[in-house]
Design a protein around this ligand. Structure first.
Ligand code: KIV
Ligand code: ZN
Length: 526
């Protein structure tokens, strides 16, 4: 059957665009971006404060870790819809349903490839069998939960008539959201907008589902494609914080949301996002994953609101509208204010955390307050950003198998650097003196000769938290062992101490992974 224009359908009248965040699923698929359960929960809680409508918490069948994090997020959060991804197989859908069991509001997202290329080479299936499988998987999911999303993978390269048949079939089988992915980031805005317009016009039951889009950024067009789709009737955008995701990433949440907010004249839509939480979300994700954003990145880059040239500064002083299309405050970028010092007490510290948007447990508070006190002994002025680094640093700690007792260094322009390191490893004190090609090399070599393993350093990045020579350095380290990568972060006024602690933080996570792996191997008798 050829699809004709659907006479009853019109462009969606609602002006609300739902924000579906997939940082914890597609975002986590970025190489080196894997997060542990505690980190995922922190991100999910922040996404809840950010006001996202749906959180795709993971791909429940992909691993036990994914299952546990979907479950934990489902059990803990009570605002957004929690979603789990599944292929079309019943066992995938069962696993998602199980992980989502206690979610207050839940969604199963199931997908199947529909493009000629994917059907022929990846699925090795005939189109008619694919269509049957779409209907079967959606009906099966709909028997488990009320809210089912279906995606035709590689949708933007799918034959239009076949896409219409699959979408119509999925809706008949019970899908409540139809999500059209530009899986390989191939589409051009006009073309992608027309594809959405075509579905709106031709699929007879399209009004029974919300149309969603999921764009990848291989050509740098993910945000533009998502906006073009919204203009044609899509009412859900799938996106990630900082645009992380497979390959070049996904539509960046902060960019698409701020475009909608800033250009109401051309985009008369609304989202539920509390845009003031954007900067905090972006920083937390960077701290956890070790993926810092490029300085000129829109909305959340360090230079996004900086005005360097004299002409621009002069204009800004006369009227901020001359060079600023949105205020830094609207994305939660407040001037880092001088907050506290040596004499600030626990109570003041707690209220400051609250003001910065952190709700921390008593244990976490005690720990952060102790580190704040240590910092105020070393640094006279403590700014908001110092406090944020302190708290984010604490979040990253996981397990105390290895602890740094002390570190001293001899280094400079002459000769190799010498590191003297004392660690506690599983309650034993271990010490080493070691030379290296510079202080970082000496420290990392020293730690890895005490804590042996097959791991390699993949990333080492340093960021100054505030201005000034006494600024804290925030160090991110990524280690990889047998294909599994972990990140560690730490902040300290001494860059080398931060480097050592970040390295140890990553090692502690590796040890957890090793223990889990050997537990699983024991269970399966390997
Ligand atoms: O990019 C893609 O096609 C996806 C689907 C699973 C929605 O991530
Ligand atoms: Zn994707």
């Amino acid at each position: 059957m050829e699809y004709e224009k659907n006479k009853s359908s019109s462009k969606s009248s609602s002006d609300k665009v739902l924000i579906f965040d997939t940082t914890l699923r597609d975002g986590e698929q970025s190489p080196g971006c894997s997060m542990n359960l505690e980190e995922k929960l922190r991100i999910a809680e922040t996404l809840q404060s950010l006001g996202v409508d749906i959180i795709e918490a993971g791909f429940a069948i992909a691993s036990n870790g994914d299952f546990e994090s979907v479950k934990k997020i489902s059990d803990t959060l009570d605002g957004p819809i929690i979603c789990s991804l599944s292929r079309a197989a019943h066992k995938d859908i069962d696993r998602s349903a199980e992980a989502l069991r206690f979610a207050k509001r839940k969604r199963i997202h199931t997908f199947l490839s529909t493009s000629p290329l994917h059907m022929k080479y990846k699925l090795q299936m005939e189109p008619e069998d694919v269509l049957d499988m779409v209907i079967d998987s959606v009906s099966y999911a709909r028997n488990k939960v009320e809210d089912v999303e279906w995606s035709p993978e590689d949708g933007s390269r799918t034959d239009h008539d076949f896409l219409c048949r699959c979408v119509e079939g999925a809706i008949k089988a019970g899908a409540t959201t139809i999500n059209i992915p530009d899986t390989v980031g191939y589409a051009i805005p006009e073309e992608f907008g027309s594809l959405i317009g075509m579905l709106k016009n031709k699929v007879p039951n399209i009004d029974k589902a919300i149309l969603s889009v999921h764009c990848h950024n291989d050509l740098g067009l993910a945000v533009a494609n998502s906006l073009a789709a919204v203009k044609e009737g899509a009412r859900q955008i799938e996106c990630t914080i900082n645009g992380i995701g497979e390959r070049a990433g996904n539509t960046s949440l902060e960019e698409v949301v701020m475009a909608i907010k800033t250009r109401k004249d051309l985009l008369p839509f609304d989202t539920n996002i509390n845009t003031e939480v954007i900067t905090r979300s972006s920083r937390l994700l960077s701290a956890i994953t070790g993926f810092s954003v490029q300085p000129n990145k829109a909305i959340v880059g360090a230079n996004a609101f900086a005005h360097e040239s004299g002409i621009h500064q002069d204009g800004m002083l006369k009227h901020s509208g001359t060079y600023e299309i949105m205020t830094p405050e609207s994305v939660g970028l407040n001037k880092s204010t001088l907050v506290m010092g040596k004499h600030s007490g626990r109570h003041a510290f707690k209220s400051k955390l609250k003001e910065l948007g952190y709700e921390v447990s008593d244990n976490h508070l005690n720990d952060a307050f102790q580190r704040f006190k240590d910092l105020s002994d070393k640094k006279k002025d403590i700014f908001d950003d110092d406090i944020i680094a302190l708290v984010d640093d604490g979040i990253a700690d996981s397990g105390d198998f290895v602890k740094l007792n002390s570190l001293s260094l001899e280094c400079g322009s002459k000769g190799p650097a010498l590191a003297k390191i004392s660690l506690t490893v599983f309650d034993n004190i271990e010490e080493i003196e070691i030379n290296g090609d510079g202080p970082v090399d000496a420290i990392f070599k020293g730690i890895s000769s005490i804590v042996e393993g097959n791991y390699k350093l993949q990333l080492f990045a340093v960021n100054a938290v505030t201005e000034g020579t006494d600024a804290q350095a925030e160090v991110s380290v990524r280690l990889i062992e047998n294909g599994r990568s972990v990140n560690g972060q730490a902040a300290d006024t001494d860059t080398m101490v931060a480097a050592a602690r970040a390295y140890i933080g990553a090692l502690n996570k590796l040890i957890i992974k090793r223990e889990k792996k050997s537990l699983i191997n024991n269970l399966v008798g390997k």
